[in-house]
Design a protein around this ligand. Sequence first.
Ligand SMILES: CCCC(=O)SCCNC(=O)CCNC(=O)[C@H](O)C(C)(C)COP(=O)(O)OP(=O)(O)OC[C@H]1O[C@@H](n2cnc3c(N)ncnc32)[C@H](O)[C@@H]1OP(=O)(O)O
Length: 297
Amino acid sequence: MKDFNEVIEHVKSKGKKTLSVAAANDKGVLMAVKAAVEKGIVKPILVGREDEIRKISEEIGFELDGVEVIDVEDIKDASLKAVELVSSKKADFLMKGMVDTSILLKAVLDKEVGLRTGKTLSHVAVFFAEKYHKMLIITDAAMNIAPDLDKKREILENSVEFAHSLGIDNPKCAVVCAKEKVNPAMIHTVDAGELVKLNEEGQIKGCIVGGPFALDNAISKEAAIHKGIDHEVAGDADILLMPNIEAGNILYKALSFMSNSESAGVILGAAAPIVLTSRADSEEAKLNSIALAAIHS
Ligand SMILES: CCCC(=O)SCCNC(=O)CCNC(=O)[C@H](O)C(C)(C)COP(=O)(O)OP(=O)(O)OC[C@H]1O[C@@H](n2cnc3c(N)ncnc32)[C@H](O)[C@@H]1OP(=O)(O)O
């Protein structure tokens, strides 16, 4: 994929999917949903404060005739209802609206109505950044707080499967740390060394894992060469596995707000994909995320 227009065009050919939106009472969310409806990608079900949903929709010219709106005042209840629409197969996938990520994810993990599959759920962010030569997948900026080695492996495997689905057959995965050498005092560099070993032994398949890398060596060939790093992942990563949620989230927000880039974010590993962006992200990022999730629903 060279940009999100290609994603949108691809998803259009797959026909309309039903999107359940949790806490849809937000202008940016409704503008993105409206754009997705106009592009023929989705048929939405809007869950949240109905009076606000209708008021905002009128303001932005979103015609709600034929759109189901489910009035739920409380944000936790709205999240559970939106999730339940997906688990009961009334909707194909889920979108986070004006709700805190943790509240929505707790509903997703709910034992009765949630979307658990037995797999680890994790977030992938996809960026087309002006200064990077190809699509970049960043994981995990939003769900797993402080993954240990086993969790990092599962997060990595989710992202590799995702990359395959986008046509990247053998993604180059950089395990990002604060430096490019294993230091026993820096646990993430130790984990990086272990992940590389697992990949070399064939236990992590379908990708090439390199690391530890500092961020510059992962995304800049020049920086890697300058530091004497000769590895096929260095400077050419498809996937950045971040050490923890802080690092992942800060990189996500830095790229979103300080660079000229297009982005999208989705939670993987659940019974259906979940559109998960920051509430402050642009409508465009939300639309891109809807399209990306629709491909996988
Ligand atoms: C990038 C743009 C968007 C953003 O900026 S997002 C902002 C930052 N993100 C966040 O604040 C969310 C961070 N994560 C969290 O808050 C929590 O980890 C989360 C996802 C809500 C789960 O919290 P809790 O319910 O307290 O978790 P817990 O450890 O007590 O586990 C409860 C049950 O859920 C399971 N679980 C937790 N995380 C999981 C995962 N990733 N995949 C699969 N299952 C998972 C866990 O095993 C446990 O299961 P069980 O009840 O023992 O059967």
